[in-house]
Design a protein around this ligand. Sequence first.
Ligand code: HEC
Length: 293
Amino acid sequence: MPDIQPAIFAASVLASLFCLEANASEPVQLPGIANAFRVTDRILSGSQPGGDAAFRALADLGVKTIVSVDGAKPDLETARRFGLRYIHLPIGYDGVPQARVPELAKVAQKPAEGLIFVHCHHGKHRGPTAVAIMCEIAEGWSPAKAEEWLRKAGTGTEYAGLYRSVLEFKPVTKEQIAAVGPLPEIAKTPGIVDAMIAIDEHFDLLKEAQRAGWQSAPGDATLLLEQYREIARLEDTAKRNDSYRALLAKGTEAATQLAEALRTHSADKADAAIKELRENCAACHKEHRNQRK
Ligand code: HEC
């Protein structure tokens, strides 16, 4: 994993010395929206809007565009009823892919019609990260200011990739922004296969850490857990049977135990959770993958 480049580090030290910029982000109370912040005069951040009252409150504030970086399908129907348009640019908990940056730039660039509301699921981790990138692009935020905002929004420091995305932000050119095509209202969201590939990668790294005697307590336990939670929210999961969902819940519980064991440096409990997870992967595959026609 790359270290923060010295130049960026120097820039962020300088920026923090002169950190009296305008646009201090302020929490705001909005019905049906948790963790809501007015981040700049143009950009708001928060959780997924819940129900008519939430969308109405956004419209009343002058929001015209909602950006969701969550994996779930946006509620286009309700948004439209309040004259709001959606742009769906999902990102993972492991960071903002470079290909997303020009897309976020396209949304953030001035002049834009009305205010922009950016949300993920809880409004704490991925959404604030996308907001930080947008402000680094359009508001001239330094990496240090972006990091300060993530802390204020409550972005978990265990999501090292999200922090890295804002600290190692690379500006995009006008040409790159111009090359971005129309942005989707609903993105093609990753399905079960992508989710399994991600689970497999995190699990491999965790098994490696186990072989090394748990000397490092990698953030991969948290990422593995998030991946189980994302699977629970997939449409694919809703279509499967109760046995599948029970196995998924069991795996989620084991991943929770593992994250907890690593947080409390309990190697025995971590070993037990890995065993539990292994059996759970195998049980679900036996019943729901390998016998599928
Ligand atoms: C709740 C059920 C369930 C659990 C738990 C589960 N899987 Fe899966 N997994 C599936 C299903 C279903 C597929 C097949 C998806 C398809 O091809 O449509 C799959 C596919 C896969 C694949 C193949 C992906 C590809 O390239 O096609 C890998 C690798 C994988 N799982 C790894 C894991 C690991 C590692 C674990 C445990 C840490 C795990 N899975 C836990 C249900 C599960």
